[in-house]
Design a protein around this ligand. Structure first.
Ligand code: I3P
Length: 91
């Protein structure tokens, strides 16, 4: 699956908030590993959940990596959101 999502850095380690916290549009190519032009990381051990505690925007999911990093991703609409959650959770 490929597409554009809005991305916000949340945590850079277990107890350390990211400094760069602004929302940015990124292009994602999911293929077992998770790529963007700027970065690439393994989905191994990554947990994808609905960011129900984040109420400022709709259709936001949270991705936590094994190293403690976490990101919020916002999909453009509900349909894309559900599709991304399904694809990311099964990758
Ligand atoms: C951030 C930007 C984000 C905001 C974040 C700010 O400022 O306004 O949109 O997150 O708040 O720090 P900057 O662009 O100067 O980096 P929200 O959209 O979630 O409010 P935060 O520090 O509370 O995460």
């Amino acid at each position: 699956k490929v597409g554009y999502l809005m991305k916000k850095n949340e945590m850079v380690a277990e107890e350390q908030k990211a400094n760069d916290r602004s929302w940015r549009k990124i292009y994602i190519h999911l293929r077992g590993t998770f790529n963007s032009p700027m970065s690439q990381f393994s989905m191994y051990g990554a947990k994808v959940t609905l960011a129900l505690d984040y109420t400022k925007k709709r259709n936001v999911l949270r991705m936590r990596l094994l190293n403690g990093r976490s990101y919020l991703f916002q999909a453009p609409d509900r349909c894309e959101f559900i599709s991304w959650v399904e694809k990311l959770q099964s990758s």
